[in-house]
Design a protein around this ligand. Sequence first.
Ligand code: UT7
Length: 333
Amino acid sequence: MPNCNNLSVGIVGTGVYLPETVLTNAELEKTVDTSDEWIRSRSGICERRIINEGEATSDIACRAARMAVQDAGISLQEVDAIVVATVTPDMLFPSTACLVQNGLGLNRVAAFDVGAGCSGFVYAMGIGSQFIKTGMYNTVLVIGAESLSRIINWQDRNTCVLFGDGAGAAVLRPVPEGFGILSLDLGADGSGADLLKLPAGGSRMPVTHENCCSTDHYLNMSGREVFKFAVKIIGESALNALEKAGLDKKDVDCFIPHQANIRIIEAAVRRLNLPMDKVFVNVQKYGNTSAASIPVAVHEAVAEGRIKRGDIVVLVGFGAGLTWGASVIKWAK
Ligand code: UT7
């Protein structure tokens, strides 16, 4: 029997959907006590996208998914499973992945969500790739999609300037030996769960008449603590993933960290001693789109010619949980 666990699995297509509505820093200046200068200098963000009224995460996930499937040159019917990473599901249940499955017109294929905060895409990619390695599936659609504007307190200047909406998708398939996902480093530290959360609406704090107007229904973050964690973990996780792949940081062609804050990215990259020209950054255009940020960045990096066949690409996510996840990929497309 062949050793399926040695099968190489990689990304063979990518897609994105960024809502058309652009919310600039100048517009935010009119609604909260902030300034374009503060937002740019503290986060690097210039603008973010906001999902249309009446749309939800599964809608934008479907658009990104269709584009990824087209980019892979396959038909939707070839998809064997759908994994959606999100912290902003359409509803608590059913999973957003089931809504995406229905939206894509796919019957019967496995569909489920992964909750790993902004590391969600790397986790979901890890799970999807294992299904293929074991021979259970041939084609897995992995999506990171968020409607963070729906869980933001637009009166809280500490958080409302940082986040945006969007979706990114990737098609995973077997690729030639030696290409594809070379390693994964996934981790979590649940002792940091309070640092980034949406407190209400779950079984711990169900919605009541009394709490329905409280800020517990919005994203809640201890920014400084998350910042420190992020700067440290990006380097640690990236180095772990590189070591598992038998590679060194000088082998990296394109480094794609979760796009939360340019200062986090620059500080982490300095610690890693990587040249900034190998680092892909688009946080200025979309803000922090949580689980969507890495697949959107991957898609844009490929589209801009920053990633080519044979390149060593490193993805690193970090976020609520606290969680982190890094992956080293030898680009196969
Ligand atoms: O996806 C993972 C999740 N999120 C993150 O990765 C975010 C991690 N954290 C961060 O990116 C940064 O900590 C922030 C951007 C959130 C904040 O930057 P900071 O340099 O850590 O600022 P700070 O929290 O120390 O606040 C400095 C000051 C405070 O005023 P005082 O107390 O010094 O008078 C804030 O009230 O800046 C004030 N401030 C603002 N001022 C203008 C906070 N938000 C704003 C704002 N506009 N939007």
